[in-house]
Design a protein. Structure first.
Length: 256
């Protein structure tokens, strides 16, 4: 059995952040097993452009891996909605961007809330791991699943911000799958401007994910930002400034 490696999340970059700026608020949501650190560079760039930016840690994240088992998809969606409402109370506009599962939550917020604009980043409509739909049953026999060797991807990421779990409780995979199914089923409910960000080198999600999102939404203003040669966690890759620039432009234009 592979030894579980715990991560020290006391580093300040892992903590939730709240950067005060202008009347346009942006909610940033990290991915499955990740932390706010994965969204911090994007947040700092957006704040420099005048946005009010809020980055959260989802329940069961940024503590220890088995803590995820104490929470489910409802908790993650509720936390995202609560953070959105907090921004809405003080900002005229509120846009949302999220990485991976955070991108799925971004789409769910855009389907269910008054979102100004949305930017799902590396957001799966399907995943390469075909066993994910069976995670609930598999959890009866295998309690944890460890991520594979990502040493080749680490060279393309800023490791000062790469804080996440080395794996996850198997049962949590079923919660991720539930969110994916919900978001994909109701893509037609998204009418706000939307930009899907995806890398051609992403080995985690289905290659057609971004195109599936575009085909499903009802938004008049929509598009895909394709990246090259960067991994799934592209928000801490050398492309993070380009991502922030493109989604920042989308958000600003959505005010009109």
């Amino acid at each position: 059995m592979q030894k579980r490696v715990e991560v020290d999340f006391t580093n300040p970059v892992c903590h939730p952040f709240d950067f005060q700026g202008g009347e346009h608020g942006v909610l940033l949501i990290h991915g499955f097993t990740g932390s706010a650190a994965h969204m911090r560079l994007i947040g700092e760039e957006l704040h420099a452009r005048g946005f009010t930016v809020k980055g959260i840690n989802l329940p069961g994240h940024a503590t220890e891996m088995m803590d995820m088992a104490n929470y489910h998809w409802q908790d993650w969606l509720r936390a995202a909605k609560e953070a959105f409402i907090e921004l809405k109370e003080k900002c005229r506009y509120v846009s949302v961007a999220g990485l991976s599962m955070g991108g799925v939550l971004t789409m769910l917020l855009a389907e269910q809330m008054d979102v100004t604009a949305a930017a799902p980043i590396s957001a799966p409509t399907a995943v390469v791991q075909k066993a994910l739909p069976l995670a609930g049953v598999a959890s009866l026999f295998v309690k944890t699943i460890m991520w594979g060797d990502d040493s080749h991807r680490r060279k393309l990421m800023n490791m000062d911000y790469h804080y996440g779990y080395a794996g996850f409780p198997t049962r949590s995979g079923a919660d991720l799958y539930k969110l994916m199914v919900m978001a994909r089923k109701n893509l037609h409910a998204i009418t706000c401007p939307i930009l899907a960000v995806q890398s051609h080198a992403d080995e985690t999600i289905a290659p057609e994910s971004a195109e599936t999102i575009m085909a499903g939404v009802s938004s008049e203003r929509k598009g895909i930002l394709w990246l090259e040669m960067v991994p799934h966690v592209c928000t801490i890759s050398p492309e993070y400034k380009r991502i922030a620039q493109e989604i920042g432009d989308l958000f600003k234009n959505a005010e009109k």
